[in-house]
Design a protein around this ligand. Structure first.
Ligand code: DGL
Length: 278
């Protein structure tokens, strides 16, 4: 059995491309339709109602492309609005539960740290899920609100003092708590992984949710006979809600490969407002 439809992936902007990067590594033959809500990023500072509304529109857009599975490649949506995926006609995979499972497996001293957007941290979703699996864990969180604009600006290198100072400031309270495992709870953050690792030191395991989520997608597709049957590199179609040309440069950094301008299209996401799945 096989299924040649594309995998649908969405994020509030560019960060979800770190998940796409892992999907391409692990499932190189699959086609992907990516939607980045670049006209409305960030989601992480918005209310739950607004995040839910946007997530429903993003999901509806992907469904209009006949995808076989939807990935919410956004820490904020996965923390605050994962229920929007409950009634979709195709499977829905989010990034929180996958990273929580990996963190619980990795920790030795049961002290787990989470860095995310304000909405993600305020939701307490990671903490709730960690404590379900590991009731005596000590969970420390910090909203690293400046990480997203840094990455969007292209400032992410581990030898940049602005980057290192910012990372140090957000990490210190978690390191003071003695965490040995740190969830990068926002899809932009893997871009800062080298800088975060430099500050955190070798005693702290970093959990990259892109990797964990791609494993989960691969397992689902193979267990359900839904892998594609091709043996040629899959194609990725990019859709954004703001100008397509401002997407390309930073997107290439996050994805780890050049993006052809012609593959990026702008869509009017507000049009997808009649929830077909709520
Ligand atoms: N992609 C979002 C996340 O993973 C970060 C950017 C935003 O705030 O929308 O939480």
């Amino acid at each position: 059995m096989s299924d040649n439809r594309a995998i649908g992936v969405f994020d509030s902007g560019l960060g979800g491309l770190t998940v796409v990067r892992e999907l391409v590594k692990q499932l190189p033959f699959e086609d992907i339709v990516y939607f980045g809500d670049t006209g409305r990023v960030p989601y992480g500072t918005r209310s739950r109602d607004t995040i839910r509304k946007y997530a429903l529109q993003d999901e509806k857009f992907l469904l209009s492309h006949n995808v076989k599975l939807v990935v919410a490649a956004c820490g904020t949506v996965s923390s605050v609005a994962a229920d929007t995926g409950d009634n979709l006609p195709v499977p829905f995979i989010e990034v929180v539960s996958n990273s929580v499972r990996a963190a619980v497996k990795a920790t030795k001293n049961k002290r787990i740290g989470i860095l995310g957007t304000a909405a993600t941290v305020n939701s307490g979703e990671h903490k709730r899920q960690i404590l379900k699996l590991l009731p005596d864990a000590l969970v420390s969180q910090n909203a690293a609100s400046l990480f997203v604009p840094l990455v969007e600006e292209g400032w992410y290198k581990a030898d940049d003092t602005v980057v290192l100072n910012t990372v140090e400031r957000y990490l210190k309270p978690l390191l003071d708590e003695g965490v040995d495992t740190l969830i990068l709870g926002c899809t932009h953050f893997p871009v800062l992984e080298e800088a975060i690792a430099k500050v955190a030191g070798s005693g702290v395991t970093l959990i990259n949710m892109g990797e964990e989520t791609a494993i989960s997608v691969k397992n689902y597709l193979s267990q359900n006979g839904a892998l594609c049957e091709g043996s040629e590199k899959g194609k990725i179609d990019f859709y954004v809600s703001d100008k397509a040309d401002s997407f390309r440069k930073t997107a290439s950094v996050l994805l780890g490969e050049e993006i052809d301008d012609k593959k990026v299209k702008q869509v009017n996401i507000g049009k997808y407002d009649e929830g077909c799945n709520n």
